[in-house]
Design a protein around this ligand. Structure first.
Ligand code: SF4
Length: 329
């Protein structure tokens, strides 16, 4: 395990000051389930200074806002989301998705912010290979065993899939993320928060949060009348694992007519993949038992599987058909 020093700030401003002082050698520490593995494996980007935000007030809560939406503090445990009556009442699909993240033990430790901003789960990175994400100049996932944790939709430098489920499930609700920065509060859509592999402060990461910024909360707008949503996830091990493919889908229905749709695939690309071609196809259609097959025919036309992961695309299309069938039941 890499040796670290730990700070325990009592305010977000203090935490930002410490992060600013240490640059990319510091990192936020909340649940720690992802961070501790990076430290244990002594990865290149593992921090030397941890900024423990667990004692900061106002980062761990689930509350209804004045508009009837819900705001969730970034340090809220996944288990607390899974047990929330408020979320179950307003966004049952989100609760369904959270219950499929990892194991009950890990959900007791992991936070919403940690799930959204977690490192990719590529076996080459976790095994300490010197790849793009670990100080090297090569992607082993693109040329080696890429059957589980690599993109079937192309990539830039890193071909690992974005591993989180919460982001995939939040996008259909048009949720937004709030970040505390040295310049003040910044607000982003979840798609803007996790756009896939890109260089930020000299490091490849899946999210846009800079070294001296902290994700503080996620805001979900009030659920629209007539909205129906479904989340499904296929994984190598049924008890707990990352998605081989997942789908979060929401339909805005007027009787059986689809007025609006969100279709977001997880586990197949470097980001939660919003499939706008299918969304456009679904708008104005009547929800029926034939619609799944029709939607599949226009889905994922830009798929670019690697040598061993074409099956992810078949899985994703199967989830699209079953998701539409569930919403038609
Ligand atoms: S997929 Fe990403 S993490 Fe894995 S070897 Fe390639 S660059 Fe490294």
């Amino acid at each position: 395990m890499k040796k670290v020093s730990i700070y325990k700030p009592s305010t977000v401003d203090e935490a930002i000051q410490i992060l600013s002082q240490h640059g990319t050698s510091a990192a936020v520490y909340a649940g720690g389930t992802d961070l501790l593995i990076r430290l244990k494996n002594r990865l290149e980007q593992a921090p030397t200074y941890l900024v423990d935000i667990k004692k900061i007030d106002h980062l761990r809560y689930i509350k209804e806002d004045a508009q009837g939406g819900v705001e969730i503090g970034a340090a809220t445990k996944l288990a607390e989301l899974a047990d929330s009556k408020l979320l179950q009442e307003k966004y049952p699909m989100l609760v369904e998705a959270v219950n499929k993240i990892s194991s009950p033990e890990l959900r007791n430790a992991s936070t919403l912010g940690g799930d959204l901003l977690q490192e990719v789960w590529c076996q080459y990175l976790r095994g300490g290979y010197s790849c793009w994400r670990n100080g090297g100049y090569l992607c082993y996932g693109a040329i080696g065993d890429n059957s589980y944790y690599h993109s079937a939709m192309g990539g830039r430098l890193c071909y690992a899939v974005y591993p989180g489920d919460a982001a995939t499930a939040l996008i259909p609700f048009d949720a937004r993320a709030k970040l505390a920065t040295p310049q003040g509060v910044k607000e982003l859509s979840i798609e803007q928060l996790v756009p896939g592999d890109l260089m930020v402060d000299g490091r490849i990461q899946s999210h846009v949060v800079r070294f001296n910024e902290i994700l503080t909360s996620v805001v979900i707008p009030p659920p629209k009348p007539g909205l129906r949503a479904s989340f499904e996830k296929l994984r190598p091990r049924g008890v707990w694992d990352f998605a081989m493919a997942s789908l979060a889908i929401s339909l805005q229905l007027r009787d059986k007519t689809i007025d609006d749709a969100r279709v977001v695939f997880g586990g197949i690309a470097g980001r939660p993949l919003r499939e706008t071609t299918v969304e456009t196809f679904l708008k104005g259609k009547t929800l029926s038992s034939e619609l799944g097959e029709q939607a599949i025919s226009v889905a994922l036309a830009s798929a670019a599987p690697l040598k061993y992961n074409a099956t992810k695309i078949d899985m994703a299309k199967g989830l699209l058909a079953s998701g539409l069938a569930r919403l038609n039941a």
